[in-house]
Design a protein around this ligand. Structure first.
Ligand SMILES: [Cu+2]
Length: 71
């Protein structure tokens, strides 16, 4: 799928941009879920990440996962 998607990078339950939920837009990407916390510690966890390189989305929540852009 090639359609850009948008979501809050800090609030898994957010459905639209808000003043403090760090909305991000991403293109095609691979996601890694369910890894050990130590795995995610190797990647940026900024609330406002550079989405052109791998970063952790929803860090510190049960839905924490690695986002890996593929182009
Ligand atoms: Cu994600």
């Amino acid at each position: 799928m090639d359609r850009p998607q948008a979501a809050s990078n800090t609030d898994p339950y957010a459905t639209k941009p808000g003043v403090a939920n760090h909305w991000v837009k991403t293109g095609a990407h691979v996601m890694i879920v369910g890894a050990d916390a130590s795995f995610y510690d190797m990647y940026p966890k900024s609330a406002d990440p550079d989405t052109s390189v791998p970063y952790v989305m929803w860090a510190g929540t049960p839905y924490e996962h690695l986002m890996i852009p593929v182009k």
